[in-house]
Design a protein around this ligand. Structure first.
Ligand code: ZN
Length: 84
């Protein structure tokens, strides 16, 4: 199973940034797009996952997709609107 990224509106005190059992990194949805990659890389660095010069890498070496950003509580609505 690969590391996934989710965004949440919940208070930072109510969730773990990295949940080892599900390999999910959770970031605040207020985080600007331009720093999401930096934040993800910082989390992965703390987990001792080697990072390339650009992008974010899973521990298996695969690139982690950072976009599109889908807040967890709107996931189903977002998918049905994602046509064209
Ligand atoms: Zn992986």
């Amino acid at each position: 199973m690969c590391i996934r990224i989710t965004f949440t509106n919940r208070s930072a005190l109510t969730y773990r940034t990295y949940e080892a059992s599900t390999q999910v990194i959770t970031l605040p949805s207020s985080l600007p797009d331009e720093v999401v990659e930096i934040a993800v890389r910082a989390v992965l660095d703390k987990l001792a996952v080697p990072q390339a010069l650009a992008g974010a890498r899973c521990h298996c070496g695969a690139a982690i997709r950072l976009l599109p950003r889908i807040p967890e509580q709107r996931r189903s609505a977002q998918v049905s609107h994602h046509g064209a």
